[in-house]
Design a protein around this ligand. Sequence first.
Ligand code: AGP
Length: 621
Amino acid sequence: MCGIVGYVGTPGVRSHNALEMVVSGLRRLEYRGYDSAGVALVADAQLWTEKRAGKISNLVEALGGQEVPVSHTGIGHTRWATHGGPTDRNAHPHVSSDSRVAIIHNGIIENFAELREELRETGVVLTSETDSEVAAHLVAAVLPEVDGDLAEALRQVSRRLEGAFTLVAVDADRPDVIVGARRNSPLVVGIGENEAFLASDVAAFIEHTREAIELGQDQVVEVRATGVTVTDFAGNPAEVTPYTIDWDAAAAEKGGYDLFMLKEIAEQPRAVADTLRGRVGRDGRLALDDMRISDAEFREVRKIIVVACGTAFHAGLVAKYAIEHWTRIPCEVELASEFRYRDPIVDARTLVIAVSQSGETMDTLMAMRYAREQGARVLAICNTVGSTMPRESDAVLYTNAGPEIAVASTKAFLTQIVAAYLVGLYLAQVRGNMFGDEIRAIERELEEMPNRVDLVLDTVEGVRALARELADATSVLFIGRHVGFPVALEGALKLKELAYMHAEGFAAGELKHGPIALIEDGVPVVVVMPPKGGRQSLHGKILSNIQEVRARGARTIVIAEEGDESVVPFADHVIRIPPTPTLMQPLVATVPLQVFACEMATARGLDVDQPRNLAKSVTVE
Ligand code: AGP
C-alpha cells in the first residue's frame, strides 16, 4: 500500500512549483507507506527524477544537494514494499528505458512476471525487482502507436494488467498533463484554481483544494491545470461525481497533539457522536444513509456474516453479541483473509457486513466480492467516503470518524462498534424483533456514550504512569468475558503493534484450559471486568479468574467500573471506568487499553504513529 501524488500547475505561476506540491503531499501520505520515496518532474522536455530508500526525509536530503529544474508538472510516491525490498532501485517512480515515461504505482500487478519476460524478449533491460516497473516500459512502448497520447497508452496497458493497481504517469514530451489509471486501489483528483492534483488520499492536497473527484473502478483520468477527462479502460467517457471534502486541513494534521494517535484517541467522544448524528429520527426510528437494500430484503435475511481484519475484526466480535441479542439472527464473525477459503455457506438470504476503516483492505474487499458472487447482500461499515468497499456494496454506513492517520486504529474501533449496533437496531426495527420503546432505550444508551468516553479520557493519567512502570515487561496478558473478550483481544493487538511486545488476549474462561501455565511471578494480566450491574454469573466468574492468576503471582491490572469494590482485594492496579450497560462497556473499557499501549510505545521510544512493518491500509492480500 503506497502513497501517490501527482501535480500539474500553470507555467509561469511561481506558487505552482511541482516539486514543492508533490513533496508536501507525500509528507501527508507518509503513513500509507514509508520504506522508500521518490519524485519525477517534467522540465525542458526531460524527466528529472530522484528516489531514495527510507523515509521521505532521506529523499528531501538528497534533493537538497541538487540543482532541481523548475517544473509545474510532477509525480511522487511513498512505498510500502510488496515486490522487491525497500531499496533506491526499487523505489518509485520507475522510468522507461527510453527515459520518456515515469510511472508510480500502488497495488500489485499479478501478471508482472510474464510481462517482465515479454519485455526482456524485446530487449528491455529491467532495472528493479518490482512489478511496477513493467508499466513504465509498456506505456513507453505503446506511445508511438497512439501518436503520443499518454492517456490512450495507459488505457491500452491497463487492459493488459491483472491485479490491483493505481498508476500515475508523466511523459517528458507532455509537460502539461499527468494521467492516472485505477483498478482496486484508490485514486482521487483534486481540482484547484488552474492547477490539479492526483493522489491516493485527499490528505495529500486538502490544504490546496477541497473539490475532489473519486475515480471509479477501471477508469483512466487525464489531468491538466485547466480540467480533467475521465474514461473507462476502453476509452468511453465516464460519469464522475465531484464532491467537496468536508475534512478541513487541520483534521488531517495533529491538531496540537504530539501524535496522531493521541489526537485520535481524544477525538473518540466526537467521533462516536458523529457516527450517531442524524441517524435517529425524532420519533426514535432509525434512518441509515445509503441503504440500497430494501426492508423486504432485510426481512429475508437468515444469517449475518461479518468480515473484517485486525481491529475491525474485533469490532465485529463485539457487535455479534448485540446483533444476535436484538435480531435473533445467527451472526458469524470471520477473519476476511480466511473467509473465502473455507467454502462458507452464503446465499441470497445472507447479509455480509464488511467492516473497514480505510475501505481498501484487500483481504476484506476480496471477501465481500466473493460473498456477492455467492448472492449475498453486502453492507459496508466504513470510514472513508468514496473508497472501494462502499462503492461495491449494496449498502453503506459511514462511521464519520474523520481521517484516522495513525496506523493503530482507535476511533475507528469505537465507531465501528456503534455503526454495527445501529445496523443491528435497524434490522430489529425493520423485522419487528423489538418494540419501538426498546430500540429507543438502547438509542438513548448510545447517545450517552460520548460523555462516558469523555469521562474516561479525563482519568487516564494513572494508566500512563502504569505503562511507564511496565515499560520493561516482556509480555502482557489480557482477559475478558462476553463483550470483554474482544476488548481483551483489541488491547493485546494495540500492545503488539505499538510496543512490539508479546501480548495475548484470552476469554477468561479459557485460562484453565492452558494459558494459565503462562502465569508466573510478576506477569502483568489486564482484566476487563464486566459491569457489576450486569449478569452476576459473568462478574462472579471473572472475579474468580483474577484470584486464580493472582494466586500464581500475576500482577493484576483490573479495569472495573466506579463503585465496584469487589475487585480491590485482588487488584494490584484498578483502572476505573464509568458504569455502563454491558453491551456499551467496550466503548469505555477499550480507551484505557489504547492509552496504555500508546504510552508503553512512547516510553520505549518507538514510532507510535508509524510502527515498523505496518501500513495504515493493507491494500495487498
Ligand atoms: C489495527 O490497529 C491495525 N491498524 C489493523 O489491524 C487494521 O485494523 C486492519 O488492517 C483493518 O484495516 P481497515 O479497518 O482499514 O480495513
